[in-house]
Each structure stands twice: as structure tokens, then as C-alpha cells.
Design a protein around this ligand. Structure first.
Ligand SMILES: NC(=O)c1ccc[n+]([C@@H]2O[C@H](COP(=O)([O-])OP(=O)(O)OC[C@H]3O[C@@H](n4cnc5c(N)ncnc54)[C@H](O)[C@@H]3O)[C@@H](O)[C@H]2O)c1
Length: 313
């Protein structure tokens, strides 16, 4: 285990979840968060994540002995081999944090930012040595969802991506690497494209918010969890694969593309979505929805792991 100590900067939704996974994997974690109740909230979130992490086979899940909390970001990074930055999604906040930590970083430590939308070059502008930063964007919650999107550029240290690939693979993550930077990386752009059309369908009165969500969760969403859209359409093309699929379905597909909507989040549309969610939830609480999401994802991950193990055997 080359990376033994991780500094986690910002212990909100994403930082606390990362910290739970790093601890569960047997690493030391130094946590920094400036909020007065930052430590308390982070500890509670780490403990909440423990059950799922135990179920995924991380025997140290919930053991807080290797966790240290500090109110000084420079102190947090001094001993760290890896720095996972999860500060709020504001460039001025992230840059100010980098200025505080850069002088204290160990010689070969790297900053991996969890940013959902900023480009590497935008983040690097806050450092005097741009080689020390890459993006490692997780999906919420990072202790559960395997995907980590890696982004570096010509100024990032040459071995940053390979070091990140090894580190996140040790944590059970699946990494993808962008060949060039793009706002929102890969997966958030795809989510944005799908959600835009979901909103358009609701706003046009084609179906209820509930039915649009069901159409994803009980249909293509199940397939997408197994294979990506191009692989699925390749299978859909039969023996002729994706070329056959494009020859036969490509024309209609292009006509659907031309018909897709481009809504904006006006107050009326936000109100429509909120009312649609209330209707969809019925008597269920948000906690019920979150439980259903996490329990089903956990079972899916277990099934995936069993299948991978039997394929290797
Ligand atoms: N929430 C998501 O679904 C999601 C998913 C992937 C990535 N991200 C990214 O992760 C990062 C954190 O997002 P979040 O959802 O955890 O936000 P959050 O608001 O839940 O947490 C942010 C934390 O940062 C702390 N903070 C405030 N100022 C700080 C500073 N100067 N230095 C360090 N910490 C500071 C806050 O006290 C808070 O605990 C963002 O860059 C976001 O884009 C979020």
C-alpha cells in the first residue's frame, strides 16, 4: 500500500464519505473542515457508512482509531501521501485552500480534487506548482459508487494518472480517464443530457414526473448499470453489431434527437418538478428513498462482484 495517509479537505457529503472508505481500507486519515460542527458531523457520517462498507467486505469500516481531525489545513496535509480535496464548489474557496496547503505538502504528494464541474486548468490556477493537481471526481456516495473520473493535463505530473489508477483500484474503484478536459467531465454531462429530456417531457405534459422516473429505473437504467449505451446498442444490432444498429435505427434516432427539448430551470418548472416529486413519493420519506437507493445499489455491487469472481474462476 504505497499511499498510507490521506488528507481529506472538506468533510461534507463527499469528504466524509471518502474518509469512511479510506479508513475502511486501513489508511490513516487526517480530516480538515472549518465548520464549527464539522468534526461531529463527519464522524456521524463515517459511522453511518460503516454498515454498507462492512457488507462490501471492508473489515475496518467504522473503526475511527486511524482518524485525526484538525482545524488547520496545512497541518492536515503535512504527513499525507495523497490529498482528496472536497471543499465547496467555488473556485475562490478552492484556490484559497490550495494557497494554504501548498507550502506544507510532502514532496511527492498530489492533490486530487473531487470537483464536479471545474476543469483541471481552472483549479491549477490556484497553485504555484500546477504539476501537483489532478481531478478525481467520484459519484455520490463515494464510499459506495465505484466510478472515479480522472482528469489531468499537460501541466500535471506525468505519473499522476497512473498513481491515481493504482490508488483508487486498491479502494475497489473503477477509474476512467478523460483525454482532454471538459466541463462536467463525462458522467455529469451524460446525466445532464438525460435529465434535460426528463424535464422537457414533464414540462410538455407527456407524462408525470413519477412515470418518467419509473421509465428510467425499470427500463434502460437497469441495462445501463450492466453495460453502457453503445455496448447495449451494439448487442441490439445482432450479428452486425453497432454498424447494423446504426444502419437500421440510426435514421429514427436522428429524428428523435432533432425533437429533444432544451428547457431551462424557470421557477415554474422547478415548482412542477417539486410537485411531481411530492406525488411520486406518496407516503415515503426522503430517508425511505435513500434507503431503497443504497440497499439496491449494495445488492447490485455484491452481485457484480460475485459474477466477476465466477468469471475469473
Ligand atoms: N454532492 C455531490 O453529489 C458531489 C458529487 C461529486 C463531487 N462533488 C464535489 O465535491 C465537492 C464537495 O461537495 P459536497 O457536496 O461534499 O459539499 P458540502 O457542502 O456537502 O461540503 C463541503 C464541506 O466543505 C467545508 N468547507 C467550507 N469551506 C471550506 C474550505 N475553505 N476548505 C475546506 N472545506 C471547506 C464545509 O464546511 C462542508 O463541510 C465539490 O467540489 C463538489 O462539486 C459533489
Amino acid at each position: 500500500m504505497a499511499i498510507k495517509t490521506v488528507a481529506v479537505l472538506g468533510a461534507g457529503t463527499i469528504g466524509a464519505s471518502w474518509a469512511a472508505l479510506f479508513l475502511a481500507s486501513g489508511r490513516h486519515v487526517t480530516l480538515f473542515d472549518p465548520a464549527p460542527d464539522g468534526e461531529e458531523l463527519a464522524r456521524a457520517a463515517i459511522l453511518r457508512a460503516a454498515e454498507a462498507l462492512q457488507a462490501l467486505g471492508w473489515s475496518k469500516a467504522g473503526d475511527l482509531a486511524a482518524l485525526r481531525f484538525t482545524r488547520d489545513p496545512a497541518e492536515a496535509v503535512r504527513e499525507a501521501d495523497w490529498i482528496q480535496e472536497n471543499a465547496p464548489e467555488r473556485l475562490d474557496v478552492k484556490h484559497a485552500l490550495y494557497r494554504q496547503i501548498e507550502p506544507a505538502m510532502a514532496a511527492d504528494a498530489l492533490i486530487a480534487s473531487s470537483t464536479s464541474g471545474f476543469k483541471v486548468s481552472e483549479l491549477q490556477a490556484g497553485l504555484s506548482d500546477a504539476s501537483r493537481l489532478l481531478i478525481a471526481h467520484p459519484f455520490n456516495p463515494p464510499h459506495l459508487i465505484p466510478l472515479v473520473e480522472l482528469v489531468a493535463n499537460g501541466r500535471t505530473a506525468a505519473d499522476a494518472i497512473s498513481r491515481a489508477e493504482v490508488f483508487y483500484a486498491e479502494l475497489g474503484k473503477v477509474t476512467v480517464t478523460l483525454r482532454k478536459e471538459a466541463t462536467g467531465h463525462i458522467a455529469n454531462r451524460l446525466q445532464a443530457a438525460l435529465w434535460r429530456e426528463a424535464i422537457h417531457l414533464a414540462a410538455e405534459g407527456v407524462a408525470s414526473v413519477e412515470d418518467i422516473d419509473k421509465a428510467v429505473a425499470y427500463g434502460p437504467g437497469l441495462r445501463w448499470a450492466a453495460l453502457g449505451p453503445t455496448s447495449l446498442f451494439h448487442l441490439g444490432g445482432g450479428a452486425g453489431g453497432i454498424e447494423n444498429f446504426c444502419a437500421h435505427i440510426g435514421g429514427p434516432m436522428e429524428s428523435w434527437w432533432r425533437d429533444l427539448g432544451a428547457p431551462t430551470l424557470t421557477p415554474e418548472i422547478v415548482a412542477l418538478l417539486a410537485a411531481g416529486m411530492e406525488e411520486a413519493k406518496g407516503n415515503a420519506t426522503d430517508a425511505d428513498l435513500a434507503h431503497r437507493r443504497d440497499a439496491l445499489i449494495l445488492n447490485y455491487l455484491r452481485a457484480q462482484r460475485e459474477l466477476d469472481a465466477s468469471d475469473e474462476a
